[in-house]
Design a protein. Sequence first.
Length: 109
Amino acid sequence: MPVRNIRRRYLRFNVYSKNELNGINVYEGIKTSIKELYGLKGLIKADPKLIEYDPLKKSGILRCTHNELINTRAAIASITKIQDCELAIHVLKVSGTIKALKRKTSSDF
């Protein structure tokens, strides 16, 4: 029986906060939020990975599995604080490839 490739989705997001955060803090905050909402099994299913993060623009790209896209977006929307820094994370666009995501959001930046 053939094994299918895992389909991925890429999310472009903005971080709105007064303080600067690096990519590691944002990524750990997203992982913690997914784990708190859906448990360890949900975190493993979502398989989030931070592809890139620009601390000056406060924007980045996160990868997750296509089946867990809705849960990942909900977890991102529920984040209000990372390391005693109040913030909000807004997902701008979702795409199946990084190239298309960058093309779609290039006019925004």
